[in-house]
Design a protein around this ligand. Structure first.
Ligand code: HEC
Ligand code: HEC
Ligand code: HEC
Ligand code: HEC
Ligand code: HEC
Length: 405
C-alpha cells in the first residue's frame, strides 16, 4: 500500500502541475522515492547498488564495524555513527556531538537528555535511510576543491536549492516539476565520485584511497565509464509523454555503480596467466583497473588459491596468496582501518601492476588449478570483529585456470 499511494500521487502531480512552478522535491527533508516514478530506470539500477544501503539499518557489515568501534573506544554507537555519516549519510542533521563526555555517560547509563534525544532522532531520521540517494548526488551544487583528506563527504560539498536538480544537461525547462541546472561535476563526474572515494584520513592513515590511486595512475577512463556504463541513447523520463511532450532522446548512462554485488565487473579486474618454468610454477596477475585491486573499503581482499594435483587427480598441495591490507593499532595488534596507527602490510595489486608469483613445484604435482576470488570482507577482518554474514563471508569468482606442469 505504501508504494501505490505515492505513485498515484506523483502521477497526479505530474499531470496536473506539469505547467505550474517547480516543486520543493530535491531538498534535505524529502526522501528520494519522489524521483522514482518519473525516472524508473535510474531508480531500478540504483536500487541494486549498495549506495542505496549505506545507512546503518540496511548494511550489516557497516553496523558490525560500528558496534566493534563502539566497544573498543568506549564510545556510544550513535557517536561513532555521526562521524561515519560524513560520507555514508552526508545529510544527517547532527554533524558533531557537542559534548562527547556527557553524551557517552548519558548513553551508558541510558539517561535521556536533550542531546541524546536529538542525536538518536537524527540517526533514525527517515529522510536519510535511503543512503547515497538521488537527493544526495543531484543536490550537490558545488564541490570545494581541497587537498585536506579529512574534508570529504558533506564537508566537501555545498547543497543546492530544493526546487533544483543538478545534472549533466542544460536546463531547457522540460522537467517542469523541478528546475534543472547543468554542473561540471556531472559532465565530468570523476570529481563527484572523489567527494567520498578519495581521502577520509584518520590518525594520519588514509582510509579510502581509490581516488588517489586513480589520479596517480594517470588513467583517461572515467569512474562512470566502468561503474555506471558507457553512454547510450535513451530517454530519461519516458512518462513525460503523458503530458503531450515527446521524451527527448539523449546520451545517458546506467546508474549501476557496478560492483561485485550487482554486476560482472569482477571479470574485468585482472588478467590471469600461468606457466611452468623449470622447477617453478609462475602465476602472472595483471591489474586491469586504474586503481588497486582490491580497492575501496580497507577490509576487502582477493585470494589466489593454487591447488596442485597428481596424475590421478588427487590434491597434493594447496597454497593461498592473499591480496589485502593489514592494519595495526598503537600496540602493534591487528585492527580495523578506522582504529589503525599504521599499515603493517599492503599486498594489493597497484593500479595496472603486473605481478609474478613464482612457486616451487610440489613433488608429484602434474597439474594445477589457479582460482582467484574476491571477498567483500577478508577472513582477517571478520575474525577481528567476530562477524559473519552470507553476503560478506563469501568468495566471489574472479578468474580461474588449469595448467599442466
Ligand atoms: C552517486 C551519485 C549519483 C546518485 C546516487 C544518483 N545519480 Fe543520477 N547521475 C549521476 C551522474 C554522475 C550522472 C551523469 C552521468 C553522465 O552523463 O556521465 C547522472 C545522471 C542522471 C540523469 C540524467 C540521465 C542519465 O541517466 O544519464 C538522471 C535522470 C538521473 N541521474 C536521475 C537519478 C535518480 C532518479 C537517482 C536516484 C534513483 C539518481 N540519479 C542517483 C550521479 C548519481
Ligand atoms: C513528475 C516527474 C518527475 C519527477 C518527480 C522528477 N523528475 Fe527529473 N525530470 C523529469 C523530466 C520530464 C525531465 C526532462 C526529461 C527530458 O528532457 O526528456 C527530468 C530531468 C531530470 C534530470 C536531467 C536534468 C539535468 O539537468 O541534467 C535529472 C538529473 C533529474 N531529472 C533528476 C531527478 C531527481 C533526482 C528527482 C527526485 C528528486 C527527479 N528528477 C524527480 C521529470 C521528473
Ligand atoms: C556522498 C558520498 C559518495 C559519493 C558522492 C559517491 N559514493 Fe560511491 N559509495 C559511497 C559509500 C558510503 C559506499 C558504500 C555503501 C555501502 O556499502 O554501504 C559507496 C559504494 C560504492 C561502490 C560499491 C557499490 C556496491 O554496490 O557494492 C561503487 C562501485 C561506487 N561507490 C562508485 C561510485 C562512483 C562511480 C561515484 C561517482 C559517480 C560515487 N561512487 C559517488 C559514497 C559515495
Ligand atoms: C577501467 C575500469 C575502471 C575504472 C576507470 C574505475 N574502476 Fe573502480 N573498479 C573496477 C573493477 C574491475 C573493480 C573490481 C575489482 C576491484 O575492487 O579492484 C573496481 C572496484 C571498485 C570499487 C570497489 C567495489 C566494491 O565492491 O566495493 C570502488 C569503490 C571503485 N572501483 C571506485 C572507483 C572510482 C571512484 C573510480 C574513479 C576514480 C573508479 N573506480 C575507476 C574498474 C574500474
Ligand atoms: C571519506 C568518506 C567516508 C568516511 C568518513 C567513512 N566511510 Fe565507510 N565507506 C566510504 C566509501 C566511499 C565506501 C565504499 C568503498 C568500497 O565499496 O569499497 C565505504 C565503505 C564502507 C564499508 C563497507 C560496506 C560494504 O557494504 O561493503 C564499511 C564497513 C564502512 N565503510 C565503514 C565505515 C565506518 C565504520 C566509518 C566511520 C568510522 C566510515 N566507514 C567512514 C566512505 C567513507
Amino acid at each position: 500500500m505504501s508504494k501505490t499511494i505515492p505513485y498515484l500521487f506523483i502521477c497526479l502531480v505530474f499531470l496536473c502541475t506539469s505547467f505550474s512552478q517547480a516543486q520543493q522535491i530535491g531538498g534535505a527533508t524529502t526522501g528520494s522515492e519522489i524521483c522514482f516514478s518519473c525516472h524508473k530506470d535510474q531508480a531500478k539500477d540504483w536500487g541494486t547498488t549498495w549506495h542505496s544501503r549505506s545507512h546503518v539499518d540496511s548494511n550489516p557489515l557497516y553496523k558490525a564495524v560500528i558496534d566493534y568501534m563502539s566497544r573498543i573506544t568506549y564510545q556510544p554507537e550513535a557517536g561513532v555513527l555521526v562521524e561515519c555519516a560524513q560520507c555514508h549519510n552526508p545529510k544527517m542533521t547532527i554533524k558533531e556531538i557537542a559534548d562527547k563526555d556527557s553524551f557517552a555517560l548519558s548513553e551508558a547509563l541510558k539517561i535521556k537528555t536533550a542531546q541524546t534525544e536529538r542525536v538518536e532522532a537524527s540517526v533514525k531520521d527517515k529522510a536519510i535511510k535511503d543512503g547515497i540517494s538521488c537527493n544526495i548526488c543531484h543536490n550537490v551544487a558545488k564541490i570545494n576543491e581541497t587537498s585536506n583528506l579529512q574534508m570529504r563527504g558533506f564537508k566537501a560539498v555545498e547543497w543546492g536549492s530544493s526546487d533544483t536538480i543538478y545534472g549533466p544537461f542544460e536546463d531547457d525547462g522540460r522537467a517542469r516539476i523541478h528546475k534543472s541546472l547543468q554542473k561540471e561535476h556531472f559532465v565530468n563526474p570523476n570529481q563527484l565520485c572523489m567527494v567520498c572515494h578519495f581521502g577520509g584520513e584518520r590518525s594520519g592513515i588514509e582510509i579510502y584511497t581509490t581516488g588517489i590511486e586513480y589520479t596517480q595512475s594517470g588513467s583517461k577512463e572515467t569512474c562512470a565509464e566502468c561503474h555506471m556504463s558507457t553512454k547510450r541513447q535513451g530517454t530519461i523520463a519516458p512518462e513525460i509523454k503523458k503530458t503531450g511532450v515527446t521524451a527527448e532522446v539523449r546520451d545517458i548512462r546506467s546508474h549501476l555503480f557496478a560492483s561485485a554485488r550487482n554486476s560482472n565487473v569482477l571479470e574485468d579486474t585482472i588478467e590471469l596467466t600461468a606457466t611452468s618454468s623449470g622447477k617453478n610454477f609462475v602465476v602472472t596477475l595483471r591489474n586491469l583497473t586504474p586503481h588497486k585491486a582490491p580497492t575501496g573499503f580497507g577490509g576487502r581482499s582477493m585470494n589466489v588459491k593454487m591447488e596442485f594435483k597428481d596424475a590421478s587427480g588427487s590434491i597434493v598441495n594447496v597454497q593461498t596468496y592473499v591480496l589485502e591490507t593489514v592494519y595495526a593499532d598503537k600496540k602493534g595488534q591487528e585492527t580495523i582501518p578506522y582504529l589503525a596507527a599504521a599499515i603493517k602490510s599492503d599486498t594489493r595489486l597497484n593500479a595496472n601492476e603486473i605481478r609474478k608469483l613464482s612457486i616451487p613445484k610440489p613433488a608429484g604435482a602434474t597439474s594445477v588449478t589457479v582460482n582467484v576470488t574476491y571477498r567483500l570482507a577478508s577472513e582477517r577482518l571478520l575474525k577481528i570483529i567476530n562477524f559473519s554474514d552470507s553476503i560478506f563471508n563469501k568468495e566471489y569468482p574472479v578468474k580461474s585456470i588449469n595448467v599442466g606442469l
